[in-house]
Design a protein around this ligand. Structure first.
Ligand code: ADP
Ligand code: ADP
Length: 228
């Protein structure tokens, strides 16, 4: 599903201070690609992900996802869009501690109109044999696999990942990146990954660089390198 942003602006007011988190941000992402968003802290990466994912509204400009123009959607329609088209992965997994692996993934399934099969997804992410465990019984890498399953079971067109390996050691992080690449290749999901790790940038088809709310560079990677 094609993602198209045209001159998107977003400001945050906090007390006396106004922060322009996105300045005239424009980009075109063809469907079924892996895209990484690089840039220093505070450069607008999360804000960009949140407006594409329908978590936040923007002040002006336009975002088109497939045939949906986000600024034209009413709140209820934006919620529908978010539930059915978008999966989110965060640095801190955000699993519900009182629910088992399977129950956490069920939360994602219930929100969607066209969910995938529970067993199939848990097998794909390598967590079927731990489906009855609770989050505290799992390693960080395993918890992130569950979070990916919860997002993936909705069969989203777009997977938005905000520092998905930020809390993991290098080897575990690479395993998570391999899983995201697998998802992209086997489900045709567009995967957007925020990172400040230059190495992760190499695996993407498209690399976007942000600085002070602006998209300062977009380049296509002819030969994305696998996280080895
Ligand atoms: P990044 O993801 O690159 O670290 P963010 O998109 O989180 O950048 O933030 C961009 C700018 O917007 C920063 O200056 C940040 O402090 C500000 N910002 C982000 N969210 C809020 C918010 N909810 N309220 C006020 N300012 C915010
Ligand atoms: P990963 O590489 O996936 O992060 P680790 O090397 O951290 O995995 O953990 C290895 C194994 O130890 C995992 O299979 C996990 O089930 C188990 N484990 C890790 N932390 C805990 C914990 N707090 N309680 C029970 N088992 C744990």
């Amino acid at each position: 599903m094609m993602i198209f942003a045209n001159k998107v602006n977003k400001t945050y007011e906090s007390g006396e201070i106004t922060v322009q988190a996105l300045k005239q941000a424009s980009l075109t992402i063809p469907g079924q690609k892996i895209v990484t968003i690089l840039g220093p802290s505070g450069s607008g990466k999360s804000t960009l992900l949140n407006v594409i994912g329908g978590i936040d509204r923007y002040d002006s400009g336009s975002i088109t996802i497939g045939d949906q123009v986000l600024e034209k959607l009413k709140d209820r329609q934006l919620t529908e869009y978010r539930r059915n088209f978008v999966g989110f992965i965060f640095q801190q997994y955000n699993l519900i501690p009182t629910l088992t692996v399977e129950e956490n993934v069920e939360v994602g399934r219930e929100l969607s109109k066209q969910p995938l099969e529970m067993k199939d997804i848990l097998l794909k992410v390598g967590m079927w044999d731990k489906k009855d465990k609770f989050p505290y019984q799992l390693s960080g890498g395993e918890q992130q696999r569950v979070a990916i399953a919860r997002a993936l079971i909705k069969n989203p067109q777009i997977l938005l990942c905000d520092e998905p390996t930020g809390a993991l050691d290098e080897e575990t992080g690479k395993n998570i990146l391999r899983l995201l690449k697998y998802v992209n290749e086997n489900y045709g999901t567009t995967v957007l990954i925020i990172t400040h790790n230059q190495g992760i940038g190499e695996m993407a088809h498209t690399v976007i660089r942000m600085s002070s709310g602006e998209i300062v560079d977009t380049y296509q990677n002819e030969q994305p390198i696998d996280p080895e």
